[in-house]
Design a protein around this ligand. Structure first.
Ligand code: F0G
Length: 457
């Protein structure tokens, strides 16, 4: 090989050996599909979507090694070999003794908050994800979001917009009393706040406060590997460490974690609940057996445990993480170049378009985010998701931001798929004055974004 500058292009560090066809639709077909779905993309069959950016959850492509693990899976009811393999991988990664398998993240949340939530309890986080909040509230406890102010400003370029405001945490503890705060959570990366990372410095500060007041500290660690890699890229003094070492330090700072393996676990189904406290783990195991399954499978098949074990190893591969974070940033940078305002800087798993800035002519009560989601589908068959006043509005009043999330499934789409999304979004932006607002014609009392029906104003 010759000396001189090496090739700089960051490539997808995998090759494809199994493919799934994408059905290409015409604009006329999509118009009819959209109307049949009453302008709600959750009602559109996936086969009628060209690029599906609805979620990065459970949508990853598994590797050959993961599929090999699926074949090796030991399906014994108790003490399966696959369980011991999975437990060993999780202990090596996290250093946390008690590993409980669950079918997905919200099952871990339900068990945890049934044990430590309840009326009168208050549970802070940077931002609770919807299912976490719902499970806390279902237990009778109150969920409180304490993200730093920069985390609420789309244009702020703060490198760790997922950080918790520690002064607000101290105030909350002073007001509520530490005995009423059973646990402090931290979502890494902060999905509801734009997929933004949390710094090690912030995790250490929150750890110190929790220790001082005798409060447990847990991670919602769905996207721990992306968070670790963003720490490596952005936090002073971290660039020479491996993503795995950083992830291990993140877990070393907490008493436990809830994890949906459908994100950085690189699997289509699975979850984990981790804890250090022996007595709490014994109680959690009893609840696990009650509704999920025996403690060595937790509602999963042995093959699922093998796929998760391999996924939690692969996700920390630095070439994978470099490609992953770079490809998300690539989408974000090109949308910005086209004049489209996004939540800056790009985070780990998704790009969030500021729909209020995109459609200034559409008032909040005509759902600018939902209108943009429908227009992206109509124009190019792209399915995104509204995170704004359809999802969070209603009785509580409109949320702080009107966002449209383009979540990127792991190892599924190539650069040309993303180029297609960029080109389509730029064309929609050119014609944005033609986007029409929506009104709700039918909606259920709760979680309306899944089933509400709309018509154009
Ligand atoms: N916590 C976070 C931060 C999440 O993003 C999710 C799921 C969960 C918990 C719940 O996990 O779905 O396995 O029960 N987020 C998906 C999304 C649904 O599209 O962002 P689950």
């Amino acid at each position: 090989m010759s000396e001189g500058p090496s090739v700089q292009t960051i490539i997808e560090p995998f090759k494809i050996k199994m493919v799934e066809p994408i059905t290409l639709t015409t604009p006329e077909q999509r118009e009819a599909i959209l109307r049949k779905a009453a302008f709600n993309v959750f009602q559109i069959p996936a086969e009628e979507v060209i690029i599906d950016l609805l979620t990065d959850s459970g949508t990853a492509a598994m590797s050959a090694e993961q599929w090999a693990g699926m074949i090796r899976g030991d399906e014994s009811y108790a003490g399966a070999r696959s369980w011991f393999h999975f437990e060993q991988v999780m202990r090596d990664l996290t250093g946390i003794a008690h590993v409980l398998p669950t079918h997905q993240g919200r099952a871990s949340e339900r068990i945890l908050f049934e044990l430590i939530g309840g009326p009168g309890k208050v549970i802070p986080s940077n931002n609770h994800f919807d299912t976490t909040r719902a499970n806390i509230e279902h237990s009778g406890a109150r969920a409180v979001d304490l993200v730093i102010d920069e985390g609420k400003q789309p244009r702020s370029r703060h490198p760790f917009k997922g950080n918790m405001d520690v002064a607000k945490l101290e105030q909350l503890i002073a007001k509520t009393g530490a005995t009423n705060i059973p646990v402090c959570m931290m979502t890494v990366t902060n999905n509801s706040g734009g997929g933004q990372p949390v710094s090690l410095a912030n995790l250490r500060e929150v750890r110190a406060i929790c220790t001082k007041h005798g409060i447990q500290f847990f991670l919602d660690a769905c996207r721990f590997a992306e968070n670790a890699y963003l720490i490596k890229l952005r936090e002073p003094g971290q660039s020479n460490r491996s993503a795995k070492e950083i992830a291990q330090e993140m877990f070393s700072l907490v008493d436990g974690a809830t994890i949906s393996a459908k994100k950085d676990g690189l699997v289509n189904i699975g979850g984990v609940l981790l804890m250090r406290d022996d007595a709490l783990a014994a109680r959690a195991n009893n609840l696990l057996i009650l509704t999920e399954g025996f403690v060595t499978y937790g509602g999963l098949a042995g093959r699922d445990l093998e796929a998760m074990a391999q996924g939690f190893i692969e996700v920390l591969d630095e070439h994978y993480l470099e490609y992953r974070i770079r490809s998300t940033a690539y989408l974000g940078e090109h949308l910005l170049k086209a004049g489209i305002q996004i939540v800056e800087p790009p985070g780990g798993h998704a790009i969030y378009i500021d729909a209020a800035a995109f459609c200034p002519h559409i008032p909040t009560d005509q759902f600018p985010g939902q209108a943009l989601v429908c227009t992206l589908y109509r124009h190019a068959g792209i399915r995104a998701v509204e995170i704004g006043s359809v999802m969070f509005g209603g009785a509580a009043g409109p949320p702080a931001m009107e966002l449209v999330r383009l979540a990127i499934p792991r190892r599924v789409y190539t650069q040309s798929h993303i180029d297609y999304v960029i080109e389509a979004a730029a064309e929609v932006f050119e014609q944005r004055a033609r986007i029409r607002g929506l009104r709700i014609t039918e909606a259920p009392p709760a979680l309306r974004h899944f089933t509400a029906k709309f018509e154009e104003v």
